[in-house]
Write a protein that binds this ligand. Structure first.
Ligand code: PXP
Length: 248
C-alpha cells in the first residue's frame, strides 16, 4: 500500500497562544517540530474571525516550512485573495460558521456547484491542489469531482463522535460509509484524504483504507502533547497509522 501521509494541524497551538495574547506558544515552532517528528505536511485553518491562526502565521509558515502547507479556508473572496497571494501547496475548502466551535459538517457542494467551480478555478491555475472537505455522501463527492477539485477530504467527525460516545453500531456504520466513499471517490480519479476528530483509538480502521493518501489530525495531537510532548504524540500517531497499514 502507498505511504499514508500525516498532515498535522497546528491550529490549537495558536488557540493556546491567543488565550493570553502575545507570541507564546508559537505555532510555527510547533510546525517545525512536527516536521522533525515525521509530519508529511502542516495544516492550518485561517478562520474568518482569526480565532486561532492569524494572517501573520500563514506568512511565516509559508516561509518556514520544508513540507507542504495545506491551507484550510472558507470559500470567501477574502480567503481566495490570501490563498492566491501565498500559493500554498494545497487549499482545502471547508464550511465555516461563526458560532461553531469547530468545522461541524462537510461543505454543501451539490447545491453551490456553479459558484464553487468558479471559486476554485483560479486557485488551481495558481498551482494549488484544491481539496474539498465533504461528508461521506455520494452526492457531495460527485459534485466535488464535477467542479474540478483534485482531492476530497472525508469528514471523519461522525465516526469519531460515535466512538467517543460509545454508540458502536453507529460508529461501525459511519466507518463503512467512509470506506465506501473512499473507494467511490478514488474510482472517479479523486485523491482521497480524511480528517476531523481522529485519535489513537480511532485512527487505525481509517488508516487501513487502501485508497486513502492523507490524514489531517490536530486537536488530539496538540492535546496529547500536553502530556507527552508534541514530538512523541506525533511519533505514536505515525506508528499506529503505519502498523494499521502494514497489517491490512
Ligand atoms: N481536516 C479538516 C478539513 C478540518 O477542518 C479539521 C479541523 O480544523 C481537521 C482536519 C482536524 O481535525 P481535528 O483537529 O479534530 O484533528
Amino acid at each position: 500500500m502507498e505511504h499514508l501521509r500525516l498532515g498535522v494541524n497546528i491550529d490549537h497551538v495558536a488557540t493556546v497562544r491567543n488565550a493570553r495574547g502575545g507570541d507564546y506558544p508559537d505555532p510555527v515552532r510547533a510546525a517545525k517540530l512536527a516536521e522533525e517528528a515525521g509530519a508529511d505536511g502542516i495544516t492550518a485553518h485561517l478562520r474568518e474571525d482569526r480565532r486561532h491562526i492569524t494572517d501573520h502565521d500563514i506568512e511565516r509558515l509559508t516561509e518556514a516550512l520544508g513540507v507542504p502547507l495545506n491551507f484550510e479556508m472558507a470559500a470567501t473572496d477574502e480567503m481566495q485573495a490570501i490563498a492566491l497571494r501565498h500559493r500554498p501547496h494545497a487549499v482545502c475548502i471547508v464550511p465555516e460558521k461563526r458560532e461553531e466551535r469547530t468545522t461541524e459538517g462537510g461543505l454543501e457542494v451539490a447545491q453551490d456547484e456553479n459558484r464553487l467551480a468558479h471559486f476554485i478555478a483560479p486557485l488551481r491555475e495558481a498551482g494549488s491542489r484544491v481539496s474539498i472537505f465533504v461528508a461521506a455522501d455520494r452526492r457531495q463527492v460527485e459534485a466535488a469531482n464535477r467542479i474540478g477539485a483534485q482531492v476530497i477530504e472525508l469528514h471523519a467527525g461522525a465516526y469519531c463522535d460515535a466512538h467517543a460516545e460509545g454508540r458502536f453500531a453507529e460508529r461501525d456504520a459511519e466507518l463503512a460509509r467512509l470506506r465506501d466513499m473512499a473507494t467511490f471517490a478514488h474510482s472517479l480519479g479523486l485523491e482521497v484524504h480524511a480528517g476531523h476528530g481522529l485519535t489513537f483509538e480511532t485512527v487505525a480502521p481509517v488508516a487501513e483504507f487502501p485508497e486513502l493518501r492523507e490524514l489531517n489530525i490536530g486537536h488530539f495531537l496538540v492535546g496529547e502533547a500536553i502530556f507527552v510532548g508534541l514530538g512523541p504524540s506525533i511519533t505514536e500517531m505515525r506508528r499506529i497509522m503505519d502498523e494499521a497499514r502494514s497489517a491490512a
